[in-house]
Design a protein around this ligand. Sequence first.
Ligand SMILES: *Cc1c(COP(=O)(O)O)cnc(C)c1O
Length: 414
Amino acid sequence: MTAQPLAGVRPTVAAFGSVDGELAVGGIPVSRLAERVGSTPFFAYDRELITGRVAQLRAALPDRVQLSYAVKANPMPAVVQHLATLVDSLDVASAREMRAALDTPLAATHVSFAGPGKTDAEITQAVAAGVTIEMESATEAARVVSAGERLGLRPRVAVRVNPDFQVKGSGMRMGGGPQQFGIDAEQVPALLADLAAADVDLLGYHVFAGSQNLNASIIAEAQRKTVDLVLALAERTPWPVRYLNLGGGFGIPYFDRDRPLELQAVGDNLADLVHARIDPHLPDARVVIELGRYLVGEAGVYVTRVVDRKVSRGRTYLVVDGGMHHQLAASGNFGQVIRRNYPVVVGNRMAEAPTETVTVVGCLCTPLDLLGDGVELPPADVGDLVVLFQAGAYGLTASPTAFLGHPEPVEVLV
Ligand SMILES: *Cc1c(COP(=O)(O)O)cnc(C)c1O
């Protein structure tokens, strides 16, 4: 089936298209997809949208810049497998994510393991696998060295640097000032001295300044400062730098007033940096941008079914069979300061005009379980499918699924 364009809706919604007056996911009308899945609620990820997003990135970024997928955004094995055919490398943050990455055709040398608090067991598995360990502290560095000695292997490592600058405008700041992430830039020379006699393969540096940034000029500035910082560190590194992970932080528009990131502006700045700074000074470095939500966030929907419709003192409620236990972020409880609505539609009534204002709530017995506050929708009744967008990243695995004890939803890649 070929999806038809959808008019008059936000780009995130329009990207899915419609078939027979219904929202299409992977070209399949959502009510048919619900029959195929066999139960609601469920998450559906659109393969073509993920493929298209990677293609946009490839077109906008300079050839020398490689793409890494941050698995924690969506670790569903089928999604990870699909992305492994499209990107250059995978970034994992736990042993379980590492197993998902190692199950793909990508070589272990193209898997990196970041994140604070890596245990001895995780470090041992990572060294044995041959993935690149992004060391977040001096303690972790010592653990890596001893794991390598014990296994008789030379660990592949990079230093995650907590930069000496901060990035404004990030939804989540993960670099600059005091941080649990990375090793403070000014402590790196001492770490290098400690590692001088150790049998590790020090590949280079990783700087991740923040997440969910929609401002191209701020991302560009962070990348410039990151390159400056790594060039300064490279002068004090006794080996050629072979790995430069510039982080990512590309944001996606969750709310009505969010404007999409101007990707080409980021790409143009990177092209300048590669040409003027990286090519001449770091000729041997594999240059990487690592992205999570930008690759998958907009490709996913959370599909719920209306189980009740009621009017309380003039306000109309649609009660759906899903909720914040599956899609916490849509309820506004995943780090948001002010709750705003994620895009929401009645998936089986895309051809009908929105004529009423309703409150969409989940099935949990808490007022926190609010999915759409005063949203305009076509009249919906029991059995209709309410679809929430921006569910491809930090959805199911970032939600408290055990809360209230409802069954786990199915996930499909379509
Ligand atoms: C979480 C994380 C990412 C992905 O962040 P997004 O906002 O999803 O792009 C990338 N790198 C590191 C080190 C992370 O911890």
